[in-house]
Design a protein around this ligand. Sequence first.
Ligand code: APR
Length: 251
Amino acid sequence: MSIEETIIRIIKNAKRPVVLTGAGVSKESGIPTFRDAMDGLWAQYDPQQLATPRAFAQNPKLVWDWYEYRRGLVNHAKPNAGHITLAQMEKLYPKMWIITQNVDNLHEQAGSTRIIRLHGNIAETVCYNHCRGERIPIDKADFVWDADQSTPPRCPHCGGYLRPNVVWFEENLPAKAMQDAFNVATRCDVMLVVGTSGIVSPASDLPHVALHNGAALIEINPEESALTRYMDAHLKGASGVVLPSLLGMIS
Ligand code: APR
């Protein structure tokens, strides 16, 4: 049996597939990945240096503006063929889960419903001080701006700065999402690892959890990642191309 036939058989027979997605799945929708070289205004900044509580404490307006820029990209983006194929696959596999590191809403927009978000949602804004205990989204209409707009908007409840509802480096992931992700990774029979460099933990631990529990691992990525060597197969290419052809082969 060829490697392709083996992959098709694995995916066809799957009962509880899990798809772990990263920034690469949204790249064909026009959203730069984290480790792409960026163009223009933001080329001089390292995204990883902006995505930390320390960066926000040092220069809140810079970090706020960077997320405003990314939010603008996300707001204009449409799901690509990769997102759409994953939504179609949910119909074939009613127990399928997507675990995403992405903070856009493109899986939802494509029609997927079983999604575990590990890193939050860029469309939402929360109080930096968590003044109400939880990360409760604050409506844009309630933002309080300083007259010169030289800072992020302020929380209408405590006057502290507002921030995007995303998980920065050095922050904990949402506990329930993390628990759910480990549960489904433990139980899955195949994990598709799509468009992630696999270097950010704990998301990058999930393929190992799946592997140790007997699942097959299949990667879809034009490049090698930190996880490639653990894979049963690496389908080299853009997810917007590889996923539709995979679905064509299994259906
Ligand atoms: N299709 C599939 N994969 C692609 C495509 C594409 N069209 N284009 C690029 N890729 C791959 C790259 O080869 C790379 O392996 O997507 C991956 C993107 O890697 P990163 O930028 O590191 O994104 P990700 O793995 O999602 O980052 C994890 O890091 O900064 C944090 O919180 C942020 O969620 C993010 C986390």
